[in-house]
Design a binder for this molecule. Structure first.
Ligand code: XMP
Length: 322
């Protein structure tokens, strides 16, 4: 019978046997899967694990710093790379969603490889691939992560072998393993977040200023979601599969602030319930929660004068807007 405790015990033993004294590289994204994978490997091989966490500049507000801190609390050996300059430069003027993804994917591989190459004696590349990612056609997330990190994309001379200790697990099992490993709840309960990050949540081209506006609005939304306690005592954040904010920067609308007429961008709030991201329903968020978030965003985030809620389900819509 499967239990998180027996999984951890047997997997750590298997990893020790499989990896011996070899060095292993792992790409961390800040998400649940890669973080649990790293913690498991850390338990098995400790200092022989080197993690690489690339900041492309389109993470959430303060996310890079916060996640790096959480990782250091877990005792992980992490190289954090701030590559935002490169990504912003290469994305300049680009509005097409798939082109954004291609550029980010390509830059990511380049930055990751440059770091990986420095670990000259590495023998393995570990990935937090989970079972649904393996059913390729069923998981966009998995496909993109694969094209980001896969062995084919790594320097050929390194000849890394692939190590995927979570490959038979579903998301809820990964979370249970994380709890077994005593990882912080905040890390374990994190919503999925797309590899290209906020780049696919800004309609039109990307600038640092737009990212800042979106980060500020999103931070209010997500923090309030953590703070809002539901009847059963659990946070609203834990009731939804995924939530995020979209900056409709190709649209302007008129508003009024004090005596001033404003002509600014709207944001759309998105929250969905789902089992696997293949299908999703828009979440029926409480009105008092939405009212508070809307007020706060409009009052505090300069550049936003209207807040909308996305009431589309998947299909026929998608979770992300791009
Ligand atoms: P959609 O928008 O297709 O998203 O309903 C389904 C799930 O996949 C995530 N997503 C991505 N993840 N790279 C990723 O790593 C991407 O390019 C990407 N696009 C969408 C999305 O956040 C949701 O969880």
């Amino acid at each position: 019978e499967w239990s998180p405790a027996s999984f951890v015990e047997s997997t750590v033993e298997e990893l020790k046997a499989q990896l011996g004294n070899d060095r292993v590289i792992l790409g961390l994204s800040g998400g649940v899967d890669s973080s649990v994978c790293a913690t498991l490997l850390n338990k098995a091989i400790g200092k022989n694990l080197t993690c690489i966490f690339v900041d492309h500049g389109m993470l959430r507000k303060n996310e890079f710093a916060k996640v790096m801190e959480a990782y250091s609390g877990l005792g992980l050996n992490v190289i954090g790379v701030d590559a935002s300059e490169k990504f912003f430069k290469d994305l300049e003027g680009v509005s097409d969603p798939e082109t954004k993804r291609k550029i980010i994917g390509r830059d990511f591989v380049e930055v990751f490889n440059a770091e990986a190459k420095k670990i000259v004696d590495a023998k393995w590349l570990a990935q937090g691939t989970i079972y649904p990612d393996r059913i390729e056609s069923l998981s966009i997330t998995g496909m993109v992560i694969k094209s980001h990190h896969n062995v084919g994309g790594l320097p050929k001379e390194m000849k890394l072998q692939l190590c995927e200790p979570l490959q038979w697990l579903f998301k809820d099992e990964v979370r249970r393993v994380g709890r077994q490993l005593q990882m912080p709840e905040r890390l374990i309960n994190r919503h999925p977040f797309p590899g290209p990050g906020l780049a696919v949540r800004i309609l039109g081209d990307i600038t640092r200023e737009k990212v800042r506006i979106l980060q500020d609005a999103d931070d209010i939304y997500i923090e309030e979601m953590h703070n809002y306690v539901c009847e059963d005592g659990d946070a609203l954040y834990n009731k939804v599969w995924q939530a995020g904010t979209v900056l409709l920067s190709t649209i302007r609308s008129v508003g009024v602030m004090g005596d001033e007429r404003t002509y600014e961008h709207p944001v759309a709030l998105r929250a969905v319930t789902s089992m696997d991201a293949m299908t999703a329903d828009w979440a029926h968020l409480p009105y008092d929660f939405m009212a508070k978030v809307s007020n706060e965003i409009i009052n505090k985030v300069k550049g936003v004068n209207r807040v909308c809620y996305d009431i589309s389900s998947k299909p026929p819509s998608t979770i992300e807007w791009e």
